[in-house]
Design a protein around this ligand. Sequence first.
Ligand code: UDP
Length: 333
Amino acid sequence: MADTVLVTGGAGYIGSHACKALAAAGYVPVTYDNLCTGWREAVKFGPFEQGDLMDRARLDEVFAIHKPVAVMHFAALSQVGEAMREPGKYWRGNVCASLNLIEATVAAGVRDFVFSSTCATYGDQDGVVLDESSPQAPLNSYGASKRAIEDMLRDFGDAHGLRSVIFRYFNVAGADPEAQVGEFHQPETHLIPLILDAIDGKRDALTIHGTDYPTPDGTCIRDYVHVMDLVDAHVLGLNWLRTAGELPQGGTEVFCLGTGNGFSVREVLDHSRHVTNRAVPMVEGPRRGGDAVKLVSGSEKAGRVLGWQPHRSTLPSMISDAWRWHQTGHYAG
Ligand code: UDP
């Protein structure tokens, strides 16, 4: 019988793609999601268990029913603007909820845990290419809450033998090339889906948030990773964790997932015009609060240890897969 993996946030953007990759790798992904930002229609590759991470009795029940061999934890609140306005929501919704999940994992005797963290735990690092040893100095409650969960995993590793792979990444883009699942947030704040909405008139013109940054074309630079590459890394990390020998103190291993290449907002717009062969209505606006100038992450360690290669993470490939999903797939909402 196939091994089962409990996927929190499996109804969300990255979690739903992870379920597809897990199923393709021979696992049964069990989605645990409260549907606060996810979509029931996104759960296509394994069983669905609706539940909240704050509900310990429900978590224990789901562990008992499905007997997972590992947990993949994506469920989180992830909007930086909201985190600045409502820090309590982030400390409770991310940290308290994850504590509940981690305690339930240990209580169920599950040893292996894959955690979706973020390069936002680093804060603004002056445009250097980040790696696993870059100092962490989060700028908002979102990044701080994710760092706290990383610390929690180390403590539970020391005390209870939990073993974790922690992935840190920034800008995830694109969609399943078969458009079975894709990106759909409400409200949407991310650049590429907003551009595609502007192109087909679903939304007003795209506003470029700031054109006076110290970059070659004045707009912010980001490192975009294809969501299918990203979830492949999670499956590689899970398989590695299950077979790796002794892990360092704290039982955690951190991997940054980036391409090492940065693209400006204007470059993303240019590629979008090209890929879709349509004009992109856009206006130039002021800077958005809390935006770093340049965020780029390497992935040398993920390549060396896990054999991960982000081979789909080119802008044309991410935009064309996002465009296909945009035109053919959708959830209610
Ligand atoms: N951006 C923009 N207009 C928008 C949305 C985003 O100019 O309507 C810019 C944003 O300032 C950043 C980049 O696009 O430089 C990526 O933003 P996104 O919100 O997708 O991800 P973030 O980097 O904030 O996690």
